[in-house]
Write a protein that binds this ligand. Structure first.
Ligand SMILES: [Zn+2]
Length: 261
């Protein structure tokens, strides 16, 4: 098989980059199947990234007799190895139940705590509006719950000084996330050229052997997917996101309008 040259670009690549970003994922391996190559590209360019896993994937196996706690420990270890390959500064596991993740006030407070602690400019999360993937299949309930919980934690809770006042008393003051990047969306709006870092994404995915059923075909599958997403910007590999701009760059600074409550 020979590599065909990419088709002519129909739009420019997305080149905005945050100083600090956070990935909020339902399961260990979601961030690596999701925005890992963009995360690696931004980290290589000087951004600082933090990963939050809402569950530890304790239901992500084929054996009904398996010990969920042992599986959770195994998958946390896999995710720590993968996160080191991508280059995250750190990772938090929220230990919520796999397969039963709920966008409730408990999860929201946990996420607001993470956001106010790390203070990211941008957050990656799964698109909560995807119930059925355009390419086929049902989107896992945890992916929908995690995406909705991330959106609700970002706005308005994390930036509202009166939300979760106990956090403020601990010194975790309000923080405004400016951009939300939704991955696995049916309606992507921006494409990031990841030609330089797609190999790191594959390497990070290889750190999840408990979840990869076809390790031989992994590299080809991931590069074919990335090539598809790269076509609109004429890149050999890209990751596509639905971008939600909450605060324009021009809105920065102490005089910025606070927005409606
Ligand atoms: Zn998942």
């Amino acid at each position: 098989m020979t590599d065909a040259p990419p088709p002519p670009a129909s739009k420019p690549p997305h080149d905005w980059r945050p100083d600090r970003f956070m990935v909020i994922a339902a399961h260990p391996d979601d961030a690596d199947f999701g925005p890992a190559a963009t995360a690696a590209r931004w980290i290589d360019a000087g951004s600082v990234g933090w990963l939050v896993c809402c569950t530890s994937g304790d239901a992500g196996g084929e054996d009904s007799h398996a010990d969920p706690l042992a599986l959770a420990a195994l998958r946390e270890g896999e995710q720590r190895t993968a996160a080191a390959i991508v280059g995250y500064a750190g990772i938090t596991f929220l230990h919520q139940p796999d397969g039963a993740l709920a966008n409730d006030l408990i999860l929201r407070e946990l996420l607001v705590r993470e956001i106010r602690t790390f203070r990211p400019d941008a957050v990656f999360a799964t698109d909560p509006e995807v119930l059925f993937h355009d390419g086929g299949g049902i989107n896992h309930t945890d992916h929908r719950a995690a995406g909705m919980a991330a959106a609700d934690a970002i706005y308005p809770a994390a930036r509202n000084p009166m939300a979760f006042p106990g956090l403020a008393r601990e010194g975790l003051i309000a923080h405004a996330v400016r951009r939300l990047y939704l991955f696995w969306s049916n309606h992507p709006t921006v494409h990031v050229d990841v030609s330089a870092t797609i190999g790191r994404k594959v390497e990070a995915l290889r750190a999840h052997p408990s979840q990869i059923r076809d390790p031989e075909g992994l590299d080809g599958r991931m590069r074919a997917w990335a090539a598809e997403e790269g076509a609109p910007i004429g890149a050999a590999a890209a990751e596509a996101f639905r971008l939600i701009v909450i605060d324009d760059d021009a809105d920065e600074g102490p005089d910025a309008p606070a927005g409606p409550a």
